[in-house]
Design a protein around this ligand. Sequence first.
Ligand SMILES: [Zn+2]
Ligand SMILES: [Zn+2]
Length: 135
Amino acid sequence: MDRGHCLCGNVRWETDGARLWSGYCHCESCRRNCAAPVAAFFGVEDGHWRWVGIAPARYTSTPDVTRYFCANCGTPVAYASKRFPGETHFYAAGLDTPAAFEPEFHVHYAEHVPWMIVADDLPRYPHGGNEGEPE
Ligand SMILES: [Zn+2]
Ligand SMILES: [Zn+2]
């Protein structure tokens, strides 16, 4: 089971433990939403996770995308998009045990900031993971 929480602890979530995939997103939207050079996240099938404690607030960043955050402390906690029906994406940095994360790829690498030095050998998809070949 995975568990995570926001900075103040109001918003907590837990999953049944199965992750669909794990990766990094370098897109501008995630960068601005998280105020961080890259977002580390993983997908969980809907029906296999739940909010615990106070439910988060939502921001609809585009008509298809909902971003969940703590209304008290502002921490981003999750992401859902109509492009990925039936799954919700949780930020790995919010895990109660953040070391327990095994990223598999980078997406939207074409948008990465040059001062974010990536030294792993994971595939770097220039756009979404299902669009084109990795670098
Ligand atoms: Zn909070
Ligand atoms: Zn992104």
